[in-house]
Design a protein around this ligand. Sequence first.
Ligand SMILES: Cc1cc2nc3c(=O)[nH]c(=O)nc-3n(C[C@H](O)[C@H](O)[C@H](O)COP(=O)(O)OP(=O)(O)OC[C@H]3O[C@@H](n4cnc5c(N)ncnc54)[C@H](O)[C@@H]3O)c2cc1C
Length: 410
Amino acid sequence: MTTDEPLGVPDRVVVVGGGLAGLRTLAELRGLGFAGELTWVGSETRPAYDRPPLSKELLSRAEPLWLAEDLGHDHLELADAVHLGRAASGIRRAGDALVLTTDEGELTADAVVAATGSVPVRPWPDAVALHNADDAAHLRDQVRPGRHVIVIGAGWIGAEVAGVAAAAGIRVTVLEAGSAPLWRQLGEATGERTREWYTTAGVELRTDVIVTDVAGGTVTLDDGTEVSGDVVLSAVGVRPATGWLADLAPTLASGHLPTDRAGRTSVPGLWAVGDIAVRETLHFGPVPGGHWFTALRDPALVAAGILGLPLPSTEPAPEVFSDQLGHHLEVLGRLVREGEPGTRRIFRAGETGWSELHLSGQRLVGAVVVDLPREVAAIRKLLRGESLPSLDLALAADPATPLRSAVLPT
Ligand SMILES: Cc1cc2nc3c(=O)[nH]c(=O)nc-3n(C[C@H](O)[C@H](O)[C@H](O)COP(=O)(O)OP(=O)(O)OC[C@H]3O[C@@H](n4cnc5c(N)ncnc54)[C@H](O)[C@@H]3O)c2cc1C
């Protein structure tokens, strides 16, 4: 991506978005020595908290996990001004500066970091969503013993909520439009491997069912039949929260904001990080945000970019984790599509779980790993080098061989 970004370190930076990526950007900027004026704007009234526990600990954690405590970042020390409970509604250029419109006046900056995350897609107003701490409090109140919970969507969040509810002895039905759970995230064949988790957990999973309507606790399917329960959770995905950027970047604001490796957009002075961005990575092409590790790690690159510092020559591979239905699942790197020319998958059964290696030719490009923490650590290491490793296919297919021993010399 080429830009006519003015040279020099900005004096005033405004970070928009009060979540993980926003807080980490403040910390990384200060950590790298930024001494200018730093302002933080976030629409939620609460200080930053961690979202993954909202689903995994839905029934066991009443208070959010505060990121300040978990990461040791004090936003009041990091930023000169903190405006929580204040939403950005627009942004425009004024000379070399950017002017942010908020519901409580304007803020002027030399650089703006867009870290406003994502918003859940909500096709049915009667179904609840799970995205923020208020949603979690509401859902916790609804998901009680003796009730029947219907979850629409067997993706990350649907599977996690189904698992915690079922573990608490609550009846759960999951309705999935695709032919397998996690088909959008892992592909059908790999997603299918998780079907038995639902059976074991006592969750009724119905695939290939299209929801057309939700009214109260009743869900209507496209064959005209109905499924009735007490609470309906819609977990059918999110979209980037870009509405406030529409005037400045109309063509960008319709999806993830494309950035270079450092989080620089094509709009001078505008940077993007976390769920809202699709960042050019070292080995995996443009990777959309939407996952915790991205929001945790990428702010280091953004801060370096803003300050004009060199970027590291290596970076960790994209990584997604999920605890669902009694299993820990990790996705690393890039998964190859089913039938993608020149690619293959290698299945490795381990003692406590399994892994599936994704290769382009003989080169390891990604993996799905279930309940094998040592395999995760090995793959993380292999995918973060200056180049991706090639594997001896026979050795890689032997689960008794540690993965590092299957790496071919370069
Ligand atoms: C229930 C749940 C479970 C999850 N579990 C996992 C998991 O197991 N593994 C994983 O990898 N990822 C998980 N994720 C995803 C992960 O939490 C996100 O990728 C991460 O939080 C993204 O951080 P972010 O800072 O980019 O966005 P967010 O955390 O969404 O923060 C963005 C903030 O910006 C605010 N904002 C939005 N619009 C405006 C505006 N116009 N003005 C000002 N502020 C605004 C929002 O209110 C929000 O506070 C989960 C997400 C959820 C919801």
